[in-house]
Ligand binder design. Sequence first.
Ligand code: FE2
Length: 261
Amino acid sequence: MITHFAQLQLNTVSIQGIKQFYHDQLRLPIVYESDNEICFKPTEYFTLSFKEAAEPLSPVHFAFEIPASEFENVVEGLRETGITFLKWPDGRDIDDFGTGKNVYFRDGDGNLLEIITHTYVKEGILSPGGELKILYLREIGFPVDSVIDFRELLVDIFNFKLDKVFDDFTFAISGTAHAVIASKKRKWIPIAMTALPPKMNVSFGASSSGFIEMVKTNLTAKGIHYDENNEKGQLHFSINDYSFRLGLTDFPEEVPALLNL
Ligand SMILES: [Fe+2]
């Protein structure tokens, strides 16, 4: 199975701007830095990296899950560092959606970040990372022309489960990873932000080599070309202009169930 998002690699127009936001303000630890690339490790199992690219950017939406017991503290801490939360049309910036709470804000490239918590997610299973107390990267947004076609591919190729199934929106879920599949015509909440497909590399963790073999078979059946990096034991392929990697991970396979997901 796919256990989690292992890496999200985005383009940026300024490594220094990214560093000031993600390291100086959000306090994410840096694990690699060069003139044109910077990598952060918000948790033991997830890397967020940015590469400088001289091309226009489309903002990405992604969400970090944090423990319910830490939510108020983390949000107040972010306010103190000068983060401006985005408001809903009625003026509030924290949303209580019943099973949890969330806030949204943007980085200097316009990426739409979310800090989210769910009361049903069991604490004490994963150790919260850094000052933001991040448990895992929960969501990555995938704006597409056809939500129905894209989610069917994710189900057929990776065995994703679906939730909140609408014609213009669906969660495709495996482990802690939630792919937010949204129509390009449906705007991102809470600021009605146009959902443009971003250029990004998304790496999934796989729990077994048998699963990777199954994905290879499924990709071939769909006529999707893949490359193999034997050194890293990774598959690389593209679906709808989104670039994916799939590799073996030591993220424990039982964690999602223990988290009550
Ligand atoms: Fe979200």
